[in-house]
Design a protein around this ligand. Structure first.
Ligand code: PFF
Length: 471
């Protein structure tokens, strides 16, 4: 292992950091609402099957490529397929990290901003109608909150693998779990929480259609940070003594568990204020987190007082900030590792430069919610749908590029690198893997995955941009 690049201090360090990358905004506001809208426990079952059957082999492929080469995604592809164009797949991942971070950090800035403003006594204002619209349209506030979040991300990545990323993951991940459990226990004691629980979990198999399966797989993919080389990069710092199969498995289990737990908090919380919510009326995404939940906390203040309700709200927004921070760290680490390895620039300078460039791009997303006409009405798709800059970048780099990256990565592993090499790498640190049932399973899936993921990619492109629904 190249000591100059850095290495995790232990297997557990890698698990926490990779779980930190996986567990993010996607788990907290993506999964619970998707589940509630699409068949409750039936959706959870489909999601888990897809996660372990389709995504887990991709998790293993990324980690194995990373550890095998001890390089960033571009360097990794160059090493495994010299004198070919495959390195462009790594380049796609690095571009993805760049662009996804540019809008993800803006949303993280909103979460952090809500935390600060609740702490400053502003819960009543944030719970008012129209306040979120005002908040996101304020360029200066958002410049500051996004800037601070970016600064924290850069500061941690500058610290390096062991003393930066791993150290913070060791602190933030247990804190996140503790806060989540504490809030769940509290919310469960509230009136109508049980109705929310039933709504979240009662299975309805009739909702499981092809588009639902499609979105479940995209959600699982995004949630596990797949398709852009984040796990190649984190895998490149794993010791050759470690068993990567159990590490990858634990990360996958952690990620699904936190997504599931987030639903146990959010859905019952919605029902404490709106006990008659249905899958048609439930709000999704930012509307839920920034508009509806402040009202839930404000409503609680009738019973527990304004101070305690504000404390709970601050706790909640801090929890999401932590989840987002461990993800922004991994998004910055991908391009940073590229600059360090390939351009031979020291980590500190690389992380600061890359971070500043991404922050500059993020200004477009900061201005995309009302502050600037140009960025707010940025583009009209062939389907006629108009999108702001932030949503456009999310559609292109998040919804499209990740499945495309996943398709190319698995196609690479199956048809160029070959599954016997994948299997050989996974066996390092894990005796008895070669030839095992698990080995056969993963190798088999790596041939099937490109087709499944390509299907998702095509469906997403047709639906997003052209409003064509094939199935
Ligand atoms: N997995 C993160 C989430 O669920 O919010 C998002 C993400 C982080 C995607 C890092 C990709 C990535 F490389």
């Amino acid at each position: 292992m190249n000591q100059a690049r850095g290495e995790w201090s232990s297997r557990f360090g890698f698990i926490l950091a990779a779980a930190g990358s996986a567990i993010g905004l996607g788990n907290i506001w993506g999964f619970p609402i998707m589940t509630a809208k699409n068949g409750g426990a039936a959706f959870v079952l489909v999601y888990l099957l897809l996660t372990f059957i389709v995504c887990f082999p991709v998790v293993m492929t990324e980690i194995a490529i990373g550890r095998r080469t001890a390089k960033n995604p571009v360097g990794a592809f160059k090493e495994l397929a010299p004198n070919s164009q495959w390195f462009l797949v790594g380049g796609l991942g690095i571009t993805g990290g760049f662009m996804i971070l540019s809008f993800y950090v803006v949303i993280a800035g909103w979460v952090f901003g809500y935390f600060i403003e609740v702490l400053a006594g502003g819960l009543d204002r944030l719970a008012m109608d129209g306040e979120f619209t005002n908040f996101v349209a304020n360029p200066w506030k958002n410049l500051i909150y996004t800037g601070l979040f970016m600064l924290a991300t850069i500061g941690i990545v500058v610290g390096g693998i062991k003393d930066g990323i791993e150290r913070w993951a060791r602190l933030l991940m247990p804190a996140l779990l503790f806060m989540l459990l504490a809030l769940i226990i509290y919310v469960m004691t509230l009136e109508n929480a049980g109705r929310g629980l039933a709504f979240y979990l009662i299975p309805n198999f009739s909702k499981i259609t092809i588009p639902v399966i499609n979105s479940a797989l995209s959600q699982a993919f995004f949630s596990l940070s797949l398709g852009m080389g984040a796990l190649i990069t984190y895998g490149s710092y794993v010791s050759r003594k470690d068993d990567i199969i159990s590490s990858g498995f634990i990360v996958t289990v952690f990620d699904s568990s936190i997504a599931f737990l987030a639903g146990l908090l959010i859905i019952p919380a919605i029902f404490t204020l709106a006990p008659d919510t249905t899958s048609e009326t439930i709000q999704a995404g930012p509307g839920l987190i920034f508009v509806f939940l402040p009202k839930v906390f404000m409503n609680l203040s009738n019973d527990v007082g304004y101070f305690f309700a504000s404390f709970l709200a601050a706790f909640f927004f801090l929890l999401i900030s932590f989840a987002a921070l461990t993800s922004t760290i991994s998004l910055l680490e991908v391009p940073t590792s590229y600059v360090v390895d390939e351009r031979k620039i020291v980590r500190k300078k690389a992380a600061i430069t890359v971070g500043i460039v991404i922050f500059i791009i993020s200004i477009g997303s900061i201005l995309a919610n009302g502050a600037s006409e140009f960025f707010t009405n940025f583009i009209t798709y062939p389907s006629g749908v108009q999108k702001d800059f932030l949503s456009f970048i999310a559609d292109v780099f998040f919804e499209m590029l990740l499945p495309l990256g996943g398709f190319l990565l698995t196609a690479f592993a199956a048809f160029r690198w070959k599954t016997h090499n994948l299997s050989k790498e996974i066996s390092v640190g894990r005796e008895g893997y070669s030839g095992s049932l698990l080995d056969k399973w993963i190798s088999f899936m790596i041939y099937i995955c490109p087709f499944i993921i390509f299907f998702i990619f095509m469906n997403t492109v047709l639906e997003k941009f052209f409003n064509i629904v094939l199935f």
